[in-house]
Structure formats: C-alpha cells, structure tokens
Design a protein around this ligand. Structure first.
Ligand code: CU
Length: 351
C-alpha cells in the first residue's frame, strides 16, 4: 500500500513529462515526397483557413479579414522581438505548430506541416515541386517587372546577388488569386527598440508577389552549409549560420526568404505567403536535427536576446522567458518549446 502511495505521484509526473513516445510522434515530411492527394489536402486546408472568420476584432485590426490574417497580424505584432535574436527559433517553432494545429483542428486537415528542403533544389525554379507552378505547388515566380530603379540588397557576408527575375504578381498555380491584406513594410522599419510602423494593421488588399533570386541560396543553404550548421559546437555558432543577429549579415533563414523574394522579404508580413510555413518548417527541422545531435548539451541551449539584432543592453533570453502569441495561444516559456517530443509537442522530421 505504501509503495503505491509513493509511486503514484512519481508515475503521474513521469507521464506528464513524457507523454510523447517516439513511435507516436507525427512525421513532418518534405513537400516533394508527398503524394498528389496529400499535397492537395494541404493546399485545400490552407484555403480553408483563409475562408474562416478572424479572431482579432476588425475595428482594431482593419486589415485582418480571416483566420489566416490572425497569424499574419500576430507575427507583425511581435516582429521586433523574434528576428535576428534569441527568440527566432523558439518563437517560430511554436508559431508554425499553432498554424499546423489550426489546419488540423479548424480545417480537418489529416496530415502534418510539410517543409521545403533548401538543399534539394538550390533554386526555386520550375524544377522544385514547391515552386513549379503546377496545381500541386505553392505557385511559381511573380511576373517580371522593370527593375531599373531598384537597388539590390547586398549583405556583408556573401556576394551581392543579381536582381530577381520576377517581382510582380503570381501568375500560375494555386495561389494566383491569393491576396495579401496587410503591409507592405520596409526593412528599414526593422529596428531594435523601434515602434511598429504607422498603420500597422491597415487594410491594403493586393496580389501576392514573388521575385525569385536564386543567387541567395547556394552560399547559405547548401548541403555543405547545413552540415556546418549541424556540427556547430554551440547555439551561438549555429545561429551565426542560420540567422546572425549582426545587422547587415545573413544566414540560411534570411536566404530562404530572400530567394523567394518580394512579399517573403517583408520581415513583418512575410507570413502572407503560404510558403512561409514550409520555409520555417525547414528552419525548425535543421534546429531539431542540431539538437538531436547532442541532446545533453544542445536541447536546452539558448543564446541572444528578445530584441531584434540583439542590442548590447537587451535582456538575455532564458528558458523562463515568456513568449507571447496574442490570440493564437497563451504565453509559452522558452523552456516549454525546446523539445519537439515534450510538453504540447509530439512530432519529428522524416529524415
Ligand atoms: Cu518571422
């Protein structure tokens, strides 16, 4: 009798900590390996989310028109805390999980969140099933526009990429009629301790744009660079390759955004391009693989602050730092999102 009394709380505590057995973990797969049916189910679910009413009130958020926009506005709201700093990885892990859950719970999607493996196709061209413009892709490039008066973004750590080959509205595939409702915002509005831009939540309906600039990918997202990331000795070195906090420097995360270009380059409102979630699936996958490489030393590793570009006087992120998700979910401690097979999560990547 005594034994049971002392064992029960211990058992209960153990099951609360480890509710996810490896065999139960749901598998997130690369877009290209999904069957036509699986791809269609995912794309239908994305359109379903677009058709559901928003949770955020329209009088305060005029540009928020549907459930998809709840995600866009929430990301805009926290943009200056969750990029090029110590919250990039943990915040976006939970954010894409919430999106996956919304597709499943609100749109009856049976699958998991797919990801875009940057290394399989170094250019987002017609070769890549994510961007091939067919009915089972995320649409292709934007229409070419005149670029004579635009300047390229030239990072300090890679050669200046040539201008993109698109820039205009999507013209093929499932997202031709997709609309962006919020933004656009400029990169100059991404400032430590900056305020959110004026008219942050204004309604500005327009087509979705892309500007494929494949030059971004090879120097930052190649298989060799992923290997360097996976062998990074600590989280600081890992982040230097994935998303350095130093202004003017870029990593694999930025390269993916820039390679798709246009709306995906809008730090605040890039969520409006549905491929955002496949890109961040890959960011999360590489982080997960890095953690798995040495769980003892890497699972709980954090570095950086909760202010964009890690200004020297900003407070450091710890496992007790609470991240906010607005109407999407309650706050989450960083420590609650570090394991993909603990707490609320029970998923893994296919390889
Ligand atoms: Cu983001």
């Amino acid at each position: 009798m005594r034994l049971w009394v002392s064992l029960l709380p211990a058992l209960a505590a153990a099951s609360a900590i480890q509710q996810c057995r490896p065999s139960q973990a749901r598998v997130r797969k690369e877009w290209g390996v999904l069957s036509t049916e699986e791809k269609t189910e995912y794309l239908d679910a994305v359109w379903c989310l677009r058709g559901l009413p928003a949770t955020l009130p329209n009088d305060e958020y005029p540009g928020v028109r549907d459930r998809m926009d709840d995600f866009v506005a929430t990301h805009i709201n926290y943009t200056l805390n969750i990029h090029s700093d110590g919250l990039l990885l943990p915040w976006h892990r939970h954010f894409i999980y919430l999106y996956e859950k919304a597709l499943q719970d609100e749109c009856n999607y049976q699958g998991t969140l797919p990801y875009w493996n940057w290394t399989l196709y170094t250019t987002p061209t017609t070769l890549n099933p994510v961007f091939d413009g067919t009915s089972t892709s995320f649409s292709g490039n934007g229409l070419p526009i005149d670029k004579t008066n635009t300047t390229s973004l030239c990072p300090h750590n890679i050669p200046c990429p040539a201008p993109g080959t698109g820039g205009g509205c999507l013209y093929n595939g499932p997202f031709v009629n997709w609309t962006a409702h919020l933004g656009p915002f400029s990169i100059s509005q991404v400032q430590p301790y900056g305020d959110l831009p004026p008219n942050t939540y204004a309604y500005n309906p327009r087509c979705l744009t892309r500007d494929f600039t494949p030059d971004w990918l090879p120097p930052l997202t190649s298989a060799a660079n992923i290997t360097s990331m996976l062998t990074a000795p600590d989280i600081k070195s890992f982040l230097t390759l994935m998303s350095p906090s130093t202004l003017g420097y870029v990593g694999a995360h930025e390269a993916g955004h820039a390679a798709v270009g246009a709306n995906m380059l809008d730090t605040f409102a890039s969520v409006q391009d549905p491929v955002f979630f496949l890109h961040h699936g890959m960011v999360d996958r590489v982080w997960t693989l890095w953690q798995d490489g040495d769980l003892k030393n890497r699972l709980w590793a954090v570095n950086g602050t909760g202010i964009v570009h890690d200004p020297p006087d900003a407070e450091l992120v710890t496992l007790d730092t609470v991240m906010e998700f607005g109407v999407l979910s309650g706050g989450k401690r960083v420590g609650e999102v570090m394991s993909v097979v603990g707490g609320e999560y029970c998923y893994r990547y296919d390889y």
